[in-house]
Design a protein around this ligand. Sequence first.
Ligand SMILES: *Cc1c(COP(=O)(O)O)cnc(C)c1O
Length: 226
Amino acid sequence: MTVADQLTTIQATIEKSCEKVDRDPSEVKVIAVTKYVTPERALEAVQAGVHHLAENRMEGIEQKQSVITSENIAWHFIGTLQSRKAKHVVNRIQYLHSLDRLSLAEQIEKYRENVLDCFIQVNISGEESKHGLSESELLPFIDALKAYQKIRVIGLMTMAPHTDNEMLIRKVFQRLKQWQLRIRDLGYSHAPCQELSMGMSNDYALAIEEGATFVRIGTALVGNDK
Ligand SMILES: *Cc1c(COP(=O)(O)O)cnc(C)c1O
């Protein structure tokens, strides 16, 4: 299937999920995760109408941006951003999905030219293999970010556990949403926290039913060459 065909299928699923819970589909933005594919394949996603692209490595962003030069693309960084690589990345992106430590906030403060929209990555499932803050670390971390002028916490991000247990996956998404509302309601100007980055190829329909505003889709949209 072409990327355009896959996108059509995904959009139909998004509409169905939104309908179930009475949401407006325009609230859900599709991020094409292109980390497993060539720049040419990523370009197909752009030509099919995707406006958001995500990469998880500095080299991946540089490579894709040398081929995809449209001004209309918002670039997202997902996954661990090593502090020493941050300076090469922070001015190439519009969104960071993996803010989870103050040492990274320091790098953003130092190298970013203007305010960067960030998601705090939270490890709700508690799986060792997952990055992100534990729930107990979340509020103190948000408080500490007040001191950083270049960081705006626009929302929270999580990854669901790898399981077929739909209830378990939903619970993780529901908890993230509860934290998002709680932080939003604190009314901090540095942390409007109105967005939820959750849902990947296998679970984005569930994530949307639970309130996702950004879904990060790789395999199901552009495929996986690795
Ligand atoms: C790779 C990745 C995705 C996309 O995964 P797929 O299962 O291929 O859709 C989404 N989010 C993060 C953080 C990732 O690392």
